[in-house]
Design a protein around this ligand. Structure first.
Ligand code: MRU
Length: 365
């Protein structure tokens, strides 16, 4: 997608042909800064500190993390250590493990002198594949928005989304946002309700930024507003992303997603989840088995923003000394999900629905 009118991705190989550049998402929306990663440790830290985040982008960054590690030392021990260190960065998004397994299975049988080149090649392929998957999710999801637009006779389609499942969370296009961008580009009037998404405010800072860059009408709402909007008939459709969806269609996503799904069900609002194939964890059935990341309590008690002088500043917003708990994700049971929008089509959130789209995966865990 575009940044100030110039096409951009979230991760790319630097001109030197071996280091990797990313957008530093901790600086958005106030500053657009890119960062060069030159080592495994820097790649791991970028994921851990959420300079890159979002399930698909975490996977892509991990793939390049392996490549950076192999450029330095391509021995067996270094490969295993790189795998372990990247896997330990964040626990919930399964795309991380998917990308690491993919790279490990590819590189392990190769001789050490062939590993770095193969790793860079595969990391680049994973990025290209992600772009294609997300674009296909857009194509598959677009008819849902078109149908509502037709029913409303051209009045804006109001879509509510949570967190950032936009292009910043992927390599390009995004998952939940891909159908929205395609609808907007086709001239369909769309308005996006952007949940602020406490505590890290990915909606208010990242989704709002990228929708602004693309000219998509939107409004940021506090996290608890969605239920009210749905009661008032102001939401036609919810589309969110996911960090891990189990083989029976339970959806783990950013904390607060579950409450939106409950409100959607109570108000008869369709609740769709957009995801690429690598976000399905075929080894898990029950969403309650997904490891839920618990992050630093300081993310709840403090916020970072820009002050009137234009400087970034972090301030404490809660009672000093009060403990806080910071659960980063929750699970929406499949029964609350209207459908899964994948690159292969829209299916029911169920074992049968997913197996119908991914028959080659469904049989083997
Ligand atoms: O903690 P984050 O910012 O990495 O969480 C991101 C999300 O929850 C997204 O909704 C999810 O990764 C889907 S991204 C296409």
């Amino acid at each position: 997608m575009n940044v100030d009118g110039v096409p951009h991705r979230t991760i790319w190989l630097a001109e030197d042909g071996w280091s990797v550049e990313i957008i530093d998402q901790t600086k958005l929306p106030h500053r657009f800064e890119t960062l060069r990663l030159t080592s495994l440790d820097q790649a791991a830290e970028a994921i851990r500190s959420m300079q890159v985040r979002g399930a698909p982008l975490i996977g892509a960054t991990a793939a390049y993390g392996i490549a950076l590690a192999m450029a330095e030392d391509a021995g067996d021990a270094a490969l295993k250590a790189a795998y372990d260190s990247l896997l330990a960065t964040r626990p919930t998004a399964v795309n991380l493990r998917w990308a690491l397994d993919d790279l490990y299975d590819l590189l392990q049988p190769l001789g050490a002198n062939a590993r770095a080149a193969a790793a860079y090649l595969r990391a680049a392929e994973i990025c290209e594949e992600d772009v294609a998957l997300c674009r296909a999710i857009g194509d598959r999801g677009l008819p849902l928005i078109e149908a509502i637009a037709a029913r409303k006779g051209g009045a804006p389609v109001n879509v509510l989304t949570h967190c950032n499942a936009g292009w910043l969370a992927t390599v390009d296009w995004g998952t939940a946002t891909a159908p929205i961008y395609l609808a907007h580009d086709k001239g369909i009037a769309v308005k996006v309700w952007v949940d602020e998404t406490r505590p890290r405010n990915q909606g208010a800072s990242l989704t709002a930024w990228e929708l602004t860059q693309h000219g998509v009408p939107h409004a940021i709402v506090a996290d608890n507003v969605g239920g009210h909007l749905m009661q008032q008939g102001l939401v036609d459709l919810c589309i969110v992303g996911t960090d891990r969806t189990t083989r029976r269609g339970d959806v783990c996503n950013k904390i607060g997603t579950y409450l939106k799904a409950l409100a959607a069900r109570d108000n008869g609002v369709p609740f769709y989840v957009a995801l690429p194939g690598p976000t399905v964890d075929w080894t898990l059935e029950d969403g309650r088995d997904v490891p839920i990341e618990e992050r630093d309590a300081r993310e709840v008690t403090h916020v970072t923003g820009r002050n009137e002088a234009g400087e970034l500043a972090t301030v404490e917003i809660s009672n000093p000394g009060s403990p806080a708990a910071n659960y980063a994700f929750d699970v929406t049971p499949a029964r609350l999900v209207t459908g899964l929008i994948t690159e292969r089509g829209v299916c029911e959130a169920s074992a049968e629905g997913l197996a119908g789209l991914y028959p080659e995966r469904a049989g083997r865990a």
